[in-house]
Ligand binder design. Structure first.
Ligand code: ATP
Ligand code: MG
Length: 541
């Protein structure tokens, strides 16, 4: 496993930034123009965030611009819902395409005209081979391909057939338009690649205007050229497509000459980062939706409570290289905790409650105690928390017969209730089955604020909430190392009242428990974002 080094203090220029810097310095370009080109056939995932941070980041750093372009050339898999989610996700990550929201479909007329141009130039032909035959004719990595019997049709015949394809005279799959390059080329992508396919499917943007659609290869570079993209940055699997990208740019009267550069895609240990597999998880209802907090999608991470700034910091730290590698999950978690530790407010919440009655605390009395909002911030504000005669503490913070090393509450023991008082357990109340249902305690009024005036020490500090003031909530605990694991749903959690006003999506630290985020579901529902510590590391794993 390959954990990248910690981010250097000075941002190291990766190879893409280095190319951009030189192109600007040596006057090959006046302004850098990049693009992020998602296909709207699913929601974005954390891998896409790497590409977004790289493309938009370069534009920001070098004073250029980055376009958001939907690569919407395959209407059978593409939907408006995906387009909307992608826009929302890019914005949420903190990036802005300004006036440059584009679609490959905006260029369908131009791309079509260029296809006719290739036909006229004798560089494209309509092929009637079936998909299966075409695969056979293509050859292999070690054997050259064979020329199609339809390869030498005349320009007139090709133009006529292509226009008939466009006019809807043929069924799906009846024929395709192919570039006429070289069936013996070492690079299979150059063995007469498909340019246009027949697809009688309505398109989210162009409706039923078209029944033929350009392939990714025939649309992408030309779209870059139309938009004046200077650096078309994509992942390594497109490296072998670059000669084809360049062939189109060289053989068409395009308005600019973009270049393609490839970098290693982000892989994270144990995470599914393929839209195809993520779609399966959604359609099979293993997930509640694309934004299920277990999903490695941007919307899932957002619902889980992962801050956008943590994703950006992570993407910056992993860097950009040409070598494929896998990043450990704990490396991502590190950036999440680092951000939340400095930004998330502390609050008290009891997930599995047991009631405490302070028998020497006057009935009906309420104390307002100061609680700091974030001890990691020296200028932190504070809030008031209410203390009363009846409280909830975490059931696991009590042991009737304490094991060795248990310093929390047990009969006869004194502990600190955070921000409040020292309390001592005097007695336990049990139900008929012998389960402890209530703890009878006393408090020491002299310890208000959680300090003892006589220097008396206690070993345990517990979080708590006032039973009269706390709000009941549902808290969902997730095992993020196993995407298919169902959450543990705690329906009798009790939260300090301030948490009832927290907007959905905001993260807080539940003291001693971890980071949690308010869910969008109705009622008071929280999702666990991440634990306070890396437990795998703590266990020496
Ligand atoms: P998937 O493999 O999940 O289906 P994709 O590459 O087909 O993803 P696109 O919508 O085509 O998805 O991707 C848009 C951009 O995001 C492309 O430039 C692609 O190279 C980049 N991208 C996709 N996955 C990753 C990844 N894991 N790491 C970095 N960049 C990625
Ligand atoms: Mg793709």
């Amino acid at each position: 496993m390959n954990t990248p080094p910690e981010a250097p203090a000075e941002k190291a220029a990766d190879f893409v930034r280095e190319i951009v810097r030189q192109d600007l310095a040596e006057g090959r370009i006046k302004e850098v123009v990049t693009r992020f080109p998602p296909e709207p056939n699913g929601y974005l995932h954390i891998g896409h965030a790497k590409s977004i941070c790289l493309n938009f980041g370069i534009a920001q750093e070098f004073g250029g611009r980055c376009h958001l372009r939907f690569d919407d050339t395959n209407p059978s898999k593409e939907e408006q819902e995906y387009i909307d989610s992608i826009k929302a996700d890019v914005k949420w990550l903190g990036f802005d395409w300004g006036d440059h929201l584009h679609h490959a479909s905006d260029y369908f007329d131009q791309i079509y005209a260029w296809a006719e141009q290739l036909i006229t130039d004798g560089k494209a032909y309509v092929d009637d081979l079936s998909a299966e035959e075409m695969r056979e004719y293509r050859g292999t990595l070690t054997e050259p391909g064979k020329e199609s019997p339809f390869r030498n049709r005349s320009v007139e015949q090709n133009l006529d057939l292509f226009r008939k394809m466009r006019a809807g005279e043929f069924a799906d799959g009846h024929c395709v338009l192919r570039a006429k390059i070289d069936m013996a080329a070492g690079n299979i992508n150059l063995r007469d690649p498909a340019l246009y396919r027949i697809q009688h499917a309505p398109h989210p943007r162009t409706g039923t205007r078209w029944c033929i659609y350009p392939t990714y290869d025939f649309a992408h570079g030309q779209s870059d050229a139309i938009e004046g993209i200077t650096h078309s940055v994509c992942t390594l699997e497109f490296e072998d497509h670059r000669p084809l990208y360049d062939w189109f740019i060289a053989n068409l009267p395009v308005p600019s000459k973009p270049h393609q550069y490839e970098f290693a895609r982000l892989n994270i240990e144990g995470l599914v980062l393929s839209k195809r597999k993520l779609i399966e998880l959604v359609t099979s209802k293993v997930m509640t939706g694309w934004d299920d907090p277990r999903m490695p999608t941007i919307s899932g991470l957002r619902r889980r409570g992962i801050p956008a700034a943590a994703i950006r910091a992570f993407c910056e730290a992993i860097g950009v290289s040409k070598a494929n590698s896998e990043v450990e999950m704990s490396y991502f978690d590190h950036f999440v905790r680092e951000h939340l530790n400095t930004h998330a407010m502390r609050r008290m919440a009891v997930l599995r409650p047991i009631k405490v009655v302070i028998e020497n605390y006057p009935e009906g009395q309420v104390d307002e105690l100061d609680a700091v909002n974030n001890p990691a911030d020296p200028n932190s504000s504070s809030r008031k928390v209410q203390f009363g005669r009846e409280l909830y503490i975490e059931a696991e913070d009590f042991m009737e017969v304490p094991v060795k090393g248990f310093f929390r509450l047990s009969p006869g023991k004194e502990v600190r209730l955070r921000f409040a008082y020292f309390v001592t357990c005097k007695d336990v109340v049990k139900d008929a089955a012998g389960n402890v249902t209530e703890l009878i305690c006393t408090y020491d009024p002299a310890t208000r604020g959680g300090d003892s005036p006589d220097g008396r020490k206690v070993k345990g500090t517990l979080h708590w909430v006032s039973a009269a003031h706390a709000k009941q909530a549902e808290v969902r605990l997730y095992d993020y190392t196993n995407i298919e694991a169902k959450p543990e749903v705690l329906t009798n959690a009790w939260l300090e009242p301030a948490l009832a006003d927290l907007p959905a999506g905001e993260s807080v630290q539940f003291e001693r428990l971890g980071y949690f985020s308010r869910d969008k579901d109705a009622g008071l529902v929280f999702n666990q974002t991440i634990g306070l510590r890396d437990t795998a590391k703590a266990k020496g794993k």
